[in-house]
Design a protein around this ligand. Structure first.
Ligand code: IMP
Length: 177
């Protein structure tokens, strides 16, 4: 177990690189199975999902496309509740099989606010892939189709997730002590 400091806070190892990579491969295998003869459009949500989306996408074996959007909704260690699309969706979603890729579903507010916008564009199907989910923090329940890990309601950093800008480059996921 390793302990690190990010800004003023102490974090300890929670999910190892090996554990994460194994699970990401399993999710990709499920997607490969579900999207045979389809051409899904992955939409990664920046910034947090960039690493998960990249690793997941590497193991996708069906023809697939990927693009990224940015929804700013979070500062520090608490949800602000404000969702702002700062990088818009350039891809045409109409009639596409969309897989939205999120880093973490915490209260569910971000996706709850964004999904109607996406559905308005009439994708053929819409599924959600998330690296992490904190069931205890749920305010807006939502079905996650491809979930890597369900975790306790504690702040985490690493593997794309940050604490005030830092920690995204860590290969493992660390939990606040
Ligand atoms: P929600 O709208 O409450 O579901 O929050 C989703 C967003 O909050 C995620 O996409 C993350 O950017 C951020 N977030 C929530 N929990 C954590 C955490 O434990 N560490 C880092 N970011 C988090």
């Amino acid at each position: 177990m390793s302990v690190i400091k990010v800004h003023d806070k102490t974090f300890e190892t929670f999910l190892s690189e090996e554990t994460i990579q194994k699970r990401v491969k399993e999710l990709a295998a499920a997607i490969n199975n579900d999207y045979k003869s389809k051409r899904p459009l992955f939409i990664g949500v920046l910034n947090g999902a960039f690493m998960f989306a990249a690793d997941l996408f590497k193991h996708v074996e069906v023809d697939a496309e990927i693009c990224f959007i940015k929804l700013v909704s979070y500062h520090g260690t608490k949800s602000t509740g404000k969702v702002v699309t700062s990088i818009g969706l350039m891809e045409d979603v109409f009639g596409r099989d969309v897989i939205l890729v999120e880093d973490i579903v915490d209260t569910g507010k971000t996706l709850h606010e964004f999904l109607p916008t996406l559905l308005h564009q009439q994708p053929a199907s819409l599924k959600i892939a998330a690296l992490l989910h904190k069931p205890e923090a749920t305010i807006h329940p939502l079905a996650i189709d491809y979930l890597a890990f369900s975790i306790p309601d504690k702040f985490v950093v690493g593997y794309g997730l940050d604490y005030d800008g830092l920690g995204r480059n860590l290969k493992e996921i660390y939990q606040l002590v």
